[in-house]
Ligand binder design. Sequence first.
Ligand code: GLA
Length: 779
Amino acid sequence: MITEKEGIFYLNTKNTTYVFGVTKFKHLEQIYYGTKLTNEVEVGAVRYKQSAQTGTTVMYDASDENYSMDTLPLEWSGCGRGDYRCNPLEAKMPDDTFITDFTFQKYEIIKGNVPMQTLPSAYGTEHETQTLIVTLFDEVQNVTLKLYYSVYEACDVITRRVVMTNHAVKAVSIRKIQSMMIDLKYRNYDMVTFDGGWIREAHKHTKEVTYGMIVNSSTTGSSSNRHNPGFVLAEHTATQDHGWVYGFNLVYSGNHYSCVERSNRDLIRVSIGINPHCFEWQLKQDESFETPEAVMTFSPHGFNGMSHQFHDFVNHHIIRGDWKGKDRPILINNWESDFFDFHESGLLKLASQASKLGIELFVLDDGWFGERNHDKAGLGDYQVNHKKLPHGLIGLSKKVKAMGMDFGLWFEPEMINEDSELYRNHPEYAVTVPGRKAVKGRNQLVLDLCKKEVRQYIIDQVGTIIDEAELSYVKWDMNRHISEMYSEALLVQGEFSHRYIMGLYEILQSIFGTRPHVLLESCASGGNRFDLGMLCFSPQIWVSDDTDPIERLKIQEGLSYLYPQSTFGAHVSMAPHQQTLRNTPLSTRFNVAAFGCLGFELDLKQLSPVEKKEVRDQIIFYKRYRELLQYGIFSRHEQLRENQKSWQVTSRNARTALVGFYQTLGQAAVGMDQLIVKELQQDAIYAVSTRPQNLYLDRFGGLIKHAMPIKINPKGVILRTANQVYSLKDCVETYQASGRILEAGICLNDQFVGTGYHNNMRMLGDYGSNIYLIEQKIN
Ligand code: GLA
């Protein structure tokens, strides 16, 4: 996988090659990152020639007037030595300057990877992974940089990180240190980022990579819902299935920073790492600093090609422990049905209903402890509220388990309300800065995870409850951005944000590393911390507080570029929706949530008998295809109409696929729709059928007279009653076709256009959708 020949390093994965070499002045020159090379001779041709001197550039050494740091494609760059592009390192060095010039000293190739001391990182066996460690040294400063390259062969991913060690007597003050940088040769690239905010996470945005810098960063203390750390560099002409696409991500949950810069010489510099915002790290003699691990992949097969590689990488080398590759349970969470207002008796009714419908895990959300009757009090006090739960958590847990379900609980362990026993006893546990009144988010302050005693308090509290209540699942929430980045435990306050995240990882490792059977679902007001760092502990993450399926189409699709569907917490909730007031069919709510780890968040007690039957059928369907939906190959389809979207999951043997077909706003009298199914065996014959779903009478309003054989009042009691117990069957289509024909697209029945109704008509309207099942026919 990794070889070295005459000062050139070849990092090969199954389908890609990454090449860099040592220059005559011992800098690391980036040579190639693309499809797999089979012949080392090619490297000479692809290397940058530097055959002319460039005006106004700074010559590195008088012996070669063409050699300039500014025009070379590099793997790492110095500061103050003639490279004026975005620099990966800014530090006050032992000689009190910011000048660095790291040159090659030695290298080592080892099997497997090297676990980090302070941060989580990807892992792999000695057969799956190799690591190249290149040591660079700045002899003036007496400081070493080790560049780690780990190659994950089967999934075409390479990770990079840096460890800086100070050998000098005087300390280094690091202000910026990126995990990696690479200079790519120019193509017409776009940078694709996934941005948003609360209830609108990970919306995809595309920016042309033109001269100057594009920065993707967060400063909120977490990886943030504003800008996910993962991003993509794609040829402007790339489509879902064609074209060159590079993906980048970071195994980190704190402030991140990425910069894509097109230089005046048309090199594209990409760097990614910790955000230098308010960052300062003191590195004393013989101390080391390790950066988070950066992740890269390349595919010539468009955005889906890149996503498939990232998905495999996350499923095989990030998610760990008992939940690796394991089916995620279908859960009911009581938050949207109860908020803070519940009692054991009501919870048990909800649980009983859930278990009858086939749900496997009951999750009690916020409000079960202390005086937590609203969001102004109680955070920090994880003593059960006996008014709501007279038999305690243990009593509730036992009763839920007796119904055949597992039991899980919500916590928000990193936070504290001023109105709490914990704050009254330990105000010093909260993050505040002397002389200023702290600003609050959701009425709460942040606990100071830089303090050992605070970390221990959380570990003890959460750990004890998990054991006593025999929890199988924990929802770990975090509902505000961080402010007043100050800890009295620190001498250098610029270390706060990074030490907070290191403290969080220590807590998570200590609680869940020793209890691998517990399924941890991380949440931060939804997807405010959806990143590879959290995924090292938490196999699934609550995608968004927004459970409106039409909004989820954008959110889940955005995340799907970087993360597999096995990591998406996705629930069916109430309609009209609590945040958008949008009224969507129960079928669409399921058809979107099914492409993730399914849960329900609505009050099952309020469903009509016919809705309950539909939910039961949804659960049966999901269980049958759960492995495919959670771990199948997920692909986005090219959007053929602006109001339609389509997703597909395919089994590894290409025998079974499911396609979700979604319509946002209906349009009048459009032409036929096509069902396109890719990635199948071309000559095999497949049976295609629509997943049966309900069409509720009240969706028709006054039009019902056209759909029913008898005339009834659309607002009358008969229809209202009928709607409880009866529904029409939505159009089911069945076909047989080869993989080749399915890829070309089969024509579906027409949509309803107001010229009459029959049950072969597709009734999508606004927010309608279907899931199609495609199964190979075995003769
Ligand atoms: C956050 C979460 C929600 C819910 C509430 C409880 O908003 O994202 O899912 O748990 O907190 O307060």
